[in-house]
Design a protein around this ligand. Structure first.
Ligand code: TXA
Ligand code: MG
Length: 326
């Protein structure tokens, strides 16, 4: 267990980024913005630093982490890219895509960050501050979402501090994350590529590129054989009720599109993910809306139906995990 530290809030200018990079290089923990969500970063090659991530998050240690890099060239030192993986990297990096590939002989990502697997999860984020930080740090940076395990992923620096203040060395305040849901994870481990987690790159965009349907990844389970697939995840304090056609008295309502469900006037709190039914806007607002409705004190958050297309697949995946029995 780490003792309490003073968590610095760093500005995303040259001085703040230089300080963040030097904290990372000496084994510290820095939360930083990416275009998906804020990540809790540590030097992926330093097992003690990586252990600090698991400790700060109180994360079960069987979950492997994503290593972040500043370029495809740097990623190729860590992993082996087959033809499909290379096409995906060239099309979607930098961006909200993570590729799970066999670890290369030259891989320096620690066993702990890989949870002992012979594969490695790699991502080149598009966020300018994340890119600048990774460039200055000069090593792969392991970073899960910067929340305590099982809680809602952070899309703002204040969300990070709400969960991790006193447990991490610094957070770079880069404003709200634009995409709002985590990266899409695709495994390219020989054979057909598999979708391990829907996320910021829609399935349709990937399938259009590779010219075939993406195989499903491992099912969500409470007893993961494949790591990181806990069914109950992203959980607010309140219960979450999906596909709500009406709002029951005292519930908080999370709406999508121009729906006006019965019982809305009796709702304890109401937010809309997107009044125009825009799934990109809805993804960007998802986690902060869940936080706000949770703070209303309602016992249940009732969520309108959301289409399962485009970013809707990732949004519904996160909502189902939030609604799963705990
Ligand atoms: O958008 C994101 O992806 C954010 C930002 C910070 O980059 N990161 C993130 O990381 O969501 P994390 O650690 O919360 O999610 C990592 C996921 C886990 O579900 C884990 O099981 C999977 O990646 N994963 C990592 N390495 C893997 C591997 N070698 N094989 C299979 N799954 C892996
Ligand atoms: Mg997470």
């Amino acid at each position: 267990q780490r003792s309490m530290v003073q968590t610095k809030r760093l500005t995303p200018d040259a001085a703040g980024l230089a300080e963040a990079a030097s904290i990372l290089r000496r084994g510290g923990l820095v939360a930083f913005p990416t275009e998906t969500v804020y990540g809790l970063g540590a030097d992926a090659t330093n097992p003690e630093a990586v252990a600090g991530i698991y400790a700060a998050k109180e994360r079960p240690s069987f979950n492997p982490l994503i290593s972040h890099l500043d370029s495809f060239e740097a990623a190729k030192v860590q992993g082996v890219f087959d033809e499909t993986a290379e096409r995906l990297a060239k099309a979607f990096w930098p961006g909200p895509l993570t590729l799970v590939v066999p670890a290369a002989k030259t891989c320096t990502v620690s066993d702990l960050a890989r949870a002992g697997l012979d594969s490695v999860a790699l991502r080149v984020p598009a966020h300018l501050m994340a890119h600048a930080l990774l460039e200055k740090t000069g090593c792969p940076v392991a970073a899960p979402s910067a929340n305590r395990s099982g809680r809602i992923s952070p899309t703002e620096a204040d969300h990070v501090l709400g969960d991790l203040d006193g447990r991490i060395d610094a957070v770079i305040d880069g404003g709200p994350a634009m995409v709002g849901v985590e990266s899409t994870i695709v495994a390219c481990l020989g054979g057909a590529p598999r979708l391990l987690r829907p996320g910021g790159v829609p399935r349709e965009a990937i399938e259009a590129l590779i010219g075939c349907r993406l195989e499903a990844g491992p099912e969500a389970t409470d007893n993961p054989v494949a790591p990181g697939m806990l069914a109950s995840h992203y959980a607010p304090r309140a219960q979450v009720r999906l596909d709500a056609a009406e709002i029951r008295p005292g519930e908080a309502a999370l709406l999508f599109g121009s729906t006006s469900p019965d019982g809305l006037p009796e709702a304890r709190a109401v937010l809309s993910l997107s009044e125009s039914g825009d799934l990109i806007e809805a993804a960007a607002r998802l986690f902060s809306s869940l936080r706000q409705l949770d703070a209303s004190g309602a016992d249940t958050i009732a969520v309108s139906p959301i289409p399962e297309t485009g970013l809707g697949e990732a949004i519904n995946d996160r909502l189902r995990r939030a609604a799963a029995e705990r």
